[in-house]
Ligand binder design. Structure first.
Ligand SMILES: Cc1cc2nc3c(=O)[nH]c(=O)nc-3n(C[C@H](O)[C@H](O)[C@H](O)COP(=O)(O)OP(=O)(O)OC[C@H]3O[C@@H](n4cnc5c(N)ncnc54)[C@H](O)[C@@H]3O)c2cc1C
Ligand code: FES
Length: 323
């Protein structure tokens, strides 16, 4: 059985068990969030051999060359010596600059960077608390002169990180923020292309950012935004999105409620179903889907069957951390 050595401690690697689980089972502190290869918060560095290729999927070429890999995706078949990257290699400590409720469940969290922070609206960052608890959140604004980012944090019943941000984290308090990740952002290569964006809940965060960015970069093609929630109270930024649609003739905004109550202000039904019923053909469209993982997976199939190319579909399923 291969072994993994970390901080001078050598552990056996049972078949089918990830390096992340081996380390956690041994009581070694290592950050993680999704355990699915999405968030990149479980990054480790191999000090001797090249990591198994599947454990480097989605990493930058420079990271791959330096031996970084994702512990949750690594099942070694030979001995490895590994190291946890230093905090400053991955995170920058940033002050909470603002907290504002957007509805009863969604907190807009503003983080102010002292040094320029290079990101695109729609990417996500990992936030890490002092005790190592780590979660991913999407960026809802394009870069701006005050060097801040805004995140929309949905309060999850019993959720450790979201409730801490809602109830306890104070303005001025420092929080660790990773480099931005992910490919769900606006590409200015085809300004006349039709854009379709479908979100549930706080999935609006990346899509509001992408839409604002697209318009700021002069996107002229039609842009359709469908935002869904069970109840009207679950929607947010409704007026802001309506104002955007009024200001830009190419923007079409559909707030949708699926809980069964008819309300003339909103479309009745699930956002993904309304999007499919509204648009006849998605050939050559660019499609962005964010929020509840089941909706993201279902709509990806629906969009593909309506003609969208898989290469033109960008998704961020908001995976919860396994308990
Ligand atoms: C790429 C990415 C981007 C994300 N972006 C955002 C974002 O912009 N905004 C945002 O709010 N979130 C986002 N998330 C989700 C976020 O990372 C956290 O998972 C979320 O905030 C919950 O964390 P928590 O610590 O509060 O909950 P945890 O303490 O991790 O609780 C999650 C656990 O609670 C249980 N649980 C409790 N209630 C429910 C429920 N209603 N449904 C299912 N399980 C439940 C489950 O067992 C689950 O394991 C994103 C996730 C990913 C992967
Ligand atoms: S990528 Fe490994 S825990 Fe998220």
């Amino acid at each position: 059985m291969p072994t993994i050595t970390i901080n001078g401690q050598t552990l056996h690697c049972p078949p089918q068990t990830s390096v992340l689980d081996i380390l956690l089972n041994a009581g070694i502190a290592i950050s993680y969030a999704c355990k699915k290869g999405t968030c990149h918060s479980c990054l480790l560095k191999s000090l001797d051999i090249a990591p198994p290729p599947g454990s480097q999927t989605g990493l930058k070429d420079t990271q791959k060359a330096q031996g970084y890999f994702l512990a949750c995706q690594c099942r070694p078949d030979e001995n490895m010596v590994v190291q946890v990257p230093s905090h400053q290699d991955i995170y920058v400590d940033v002050a909470i600059a603002g907290k504002k409720m957007l509805n009863s469940q969604i907190l807009e969290l503003t983080l102010g960077f002292e040094q320029p922070f290079d990101f695109k609206a729609g990417q996500f960052v990992n936030l890490q608390r002092g005790d190592g608890l780590t979660r991913s959140y999407s960026i809802a604004n394009p870069p701006r002169p005050d060097n801040t980012i805004q995140l929309h944090i949905r309060r999850l019943a019993g959720g450790k990180f979201s409730n801490w941000l809602h109830n306890e984290a104070q303005i001025g308090e420092k929080i660790s923020v990773s480099k931005p990740q992910g490919t769900c952002y606006y590409l200015p290569d085809r300004p006349q292309q039709s854009l379709l964006m479908v979100a549930t809940g706080s999935g609006l965060a990346p899509l509001a950012g992408i839409l604002t960015d697209a318009l700021a970069q002069g996107h002229t093609g039609p842009a359709y935004l469908f935002h869904g929630s069970r109840e009207a109270e679950g929607l947010y930024l409704v007026e802001a999105m309506r104002e955007l649609a009024a200001a830009y003739p190419n923007v079409n905004y559909f707030p949708c409620i699926s809980g069964g109550t008819e309300n003339p202000q909103y479309c009745s039904g699930r956002a993904n179903d309304i999007a499919i019923a509204t648009l006849s053909n998605l050939k050559n469209w660019r499609v962005y889907i964010c929020g509840h993982p089941e909706m993201v997976s279902q709509f990806k199939k629906q969009a593909f069957l309506k003609g969208a190319s898989l290469a033109d579909i960008y998704t961020d399923p908001f995976l919860l951390s396994p308990s």
